[in-house]
Design a protein. Structure first.
Length: 137
């Protein structure tokens, strides 16, 4: 009987996930009321480029003034609720940064593009929404 319990516990311990995906642990950033704009990052567990994005891009973006109005949120690709978010097409590359306006996709940045190209791409996406160059975003 003891051997059975030992084998059962060993199986349970090895089958239990040791850690949650990074996106599941991102509880510090919540959506804010900012005319319905959201900047979300869809990522997958064990994605090396998602880790690079979190290391190279996320800290500098969160320190920017733009992050106060449009925070960067991480969502696990497997946990996306497609009933509340409307995407233009399927997400096939991770990480994918998606700009949502009132939960509908305005544009996206597929894949890891590095910090500089990320900021240029975000500026381009926001310019599509706001024609005014003096917008506070």
């Amino acid at each position: 009987m003891r051997r059975f319990i030992f084998v059962l516990l060993t199986c349970l311990i090895t089958a239990w996930p040791l850690s949650l995906p990074q996106a599941a642990r991102d509880t510090q950033t919540a959506p804010v009321d900012n005319d319905g704009l959201q900047l979300i990052v869809l990522e997958a567990p064990n994605c090396i480029y998602c880790k690079l994005f979190r290391r190279d891009v996320a800290p500098t973006y969160r320190a920017s003034k733009r992050a106060e109005r449009i925070p960067l949120r991480f969502i696990d690709l497997n946990d996306v609720d497609e009933k509340t978010m409307v995407f233009i097409g399927a997400v096939t590359i991770v990480p994918t940064v998606i700009l949502l306006r009132k939960n509908a996709e305005v544009g996206r940045i597929p894949g890891y593009v590095g910090p500089e190209n990320f900021y240029h791409s975000v500026n381009y996406l926001l310019a599509q929404i706001f024609e005014d160059d003096d917008a506070e975003y």
